[in-house]
Structure formats: C-alpha cells, structure tokens
Design a binder for this molecule. Structure first.
Ligand code: ATP
Length: 259
C-alpha cells in the first residue's frame, strides 16, 4: 500500500470566459494503492468534476495533483493512458462496434498505429470480459446493449487497459442489485490482489459503507475522509443520510426506511 495520488490545495470547477465557477476549493488529500476509495456526496456537489480533474480531463482551477509524486499535468497523454483508466457516466460515443472491439480499445496504449492486437492483448481483453461476466455478449453490438451491460463493457475496457489507477464515475449506477454487489466486490478484490488504486463515486451508500476501505464525503465545500467505521462513529454518515424517515443502523452499517 502506498500513496498514488495527492491533492495539494486543489480547487476544481469550470472556467466560463473570464469567470470561474468554483465547485470545491483547497482540497488536500491522498489516495493509496491497495485500497478501494469511494467518493460520496449529494447530487451536484462536485463528484464528477473531481473525478474528471483527477483523470486529467479538466484542468485544476488552483493547486495541483501529484501522480506517483509527479505533477499530473507533466505526463504526456500516452504515459497517462498506461497509468490511469477512466470510466465516466454517459453513453460511450462509439456504438457501432462489437462489445469485444470496444473492450479491445482499452489496449490502444499498447498496440501499434493500426491497433493490431497481439496474443497478450487478446488475453487481456478476454480476461477483462470474463471478470465482469460479459464473455457471452462479446459479439453483440454496443448499440444493442442494455444500460447495465454497457456499463459492464466500459468497466471491462478499463480493466483491459491494465493500469495501476482506475477512476470510475458511478460504476454501479445502472446495474441491478446482484450486479452492483458483484462489481463492487470485483473492484475490492482487484485492489487487494493487484495493489491497484481504485477511486470511484457512488450513490450506493450501503454498498460503499460495507465494501469501501476509505470514504470521501463531499459536502458543501468540505471534504471529510475516513474509514466507514470512523465516519460512522463520528456521526458524519448519519448526518449525511439524515431524514425523518430514514433510520441509520451504525452497528450494521445499514439504512432502514420507516413506513
Ligand atoms: N461543464 C460545466 N460547466 C459549468 N458548470 C458545470 C459543468 N458541469 C457541471 N457543472 C456544475 O458543477 C457542479 C458539480 O457538478 P458535478 O457533475 O461534478 O456533480 P456530481 O456531484 O457529480 O452530481 P451527481 O451526483 O448529480 O452526478 C454542479 O453545480 C453542476 O451544475
């Protein structure tokens, strides 16, 4: 287990002409390998903005991000593609291809100009589809997939990329309950077995509380970080879910709805 990503006085948000829309400011934190870290927070609080900034898709407004001790902005696109894979929400732009072809795009940092797959690439693609349970749909068109199947395909593409860091924006959003559990358990297993760094956002609070090693809770402009046990013990999670009809069981880390 070691520090992979460090946020130093990081401010995130959007530039609109000369105006700046600051979503969160002065974030200081680090993400370790070998741990599953889940980012929680209400709608619109800035989770996707943070993930997109950590992935290098959005420039920081202030401060900096270090990846393996080096400024994220100093990496070339090619180097970054071998270090960080990203699964964002929303439909992939490529629809007119087969599932196995889309997953194989995850190998592009390693293939030649023509994208020719070698044995090792094919093996990585097959293994990634097996891990997410998409082997039987390998030859289906992406445009014909359900939302959940498409989500799994995108996770397989990220796994095929074989990067030490994986960033996922709501990877369980469209999945049915067993698939949510399987996906979270797969990611948890991966960080342990391969010492990867996995950072994901989620609205599945119970799953995150029960399966994450660390939680990041964004609220207002604040970021609270701790293990699920710590954030339960200090009342942070109870405050986050506070609602007259919701009972938070801190012992079992479950939620019950009063009817
Ligand atoms: N391209 C953009 N330009 C300006 N503001 C944006 C842009 N994209 C998002 N925002 C704003 O930034 C804020 C944070 O949005 P973000 O998508 O990061 O939230 P989120 O926590 O991921 O929300 P959700 O849980 O609903 O997905 C919101 O107020 C949103 O309206």
């Amino acid at each position: 287990m070691q520090e992979t990503i460090r946020l130093e006085h990081l401010s995130i948000g959007y530039k609109q002409g000369k105006a700046r829309r600051v979503v969160a400011a002065d974030l200081n934190a680090s993400i370790d390998s070998g741990r599953l870290t889940c980012l929680l927070g209400r709608n619109g609080v800035g989770k996707s903005t943070l993930l997109r900034t950590l992935a290098g898709f959005l420039p920081p407004l202030d401060g900096r991000i270090l990846l393996h001790g080096q400024s994220l902005s100093s990496y070339s696109k090619a180097d970054l593609a071998r270090l960080v894979s990203v699964v964002l929400t929303g439909k992939p732009q490529v629809q007119n291809m087969r599932v196995d072809e889309l997953v194989a795009l995850g190998r592009s940092p390693y293939t030649d100009f023509w994208g020719r797959l070698r044995t090792a690439d094919r093996r990585a693609v097959g293994e990634a589809m097996r891990l997410v349970g998409m082997e039987s749909l390998a030859h289906r068109m992406v445009s014909d997939l359900s939302d959940g199947e498409r989500q799994k395909t995108m996770i397989a593409k990220a796994l095929a990329q074989q990067t030490p860091v994986i960033i996922l924006d709501e990877p369980t959003a469209f999945l049915d309950f067993p698939s949510k559990v399987e996906t979270m358990k797969l990611l948890r297993h991966l960080v342990r077995e391969t010492d990867k760094t996995i950072f994901l956002s989620s609205h599945d609070l119970e799953l995150s509380m029960q399966l994450a090693d660390r939680l990041w809770l964004m609220s207002g402009r604040q970021l609270v970080i701790g293990t699920p046990r710590q954030l339960t013990a200090d009342g942070t999670l109870a405050r986050y879910v506070a609602h007259p009809d919701v009972r938070f069981n801190a012992e079992e880390m479950t939620l019950a709805i009063e009817v």
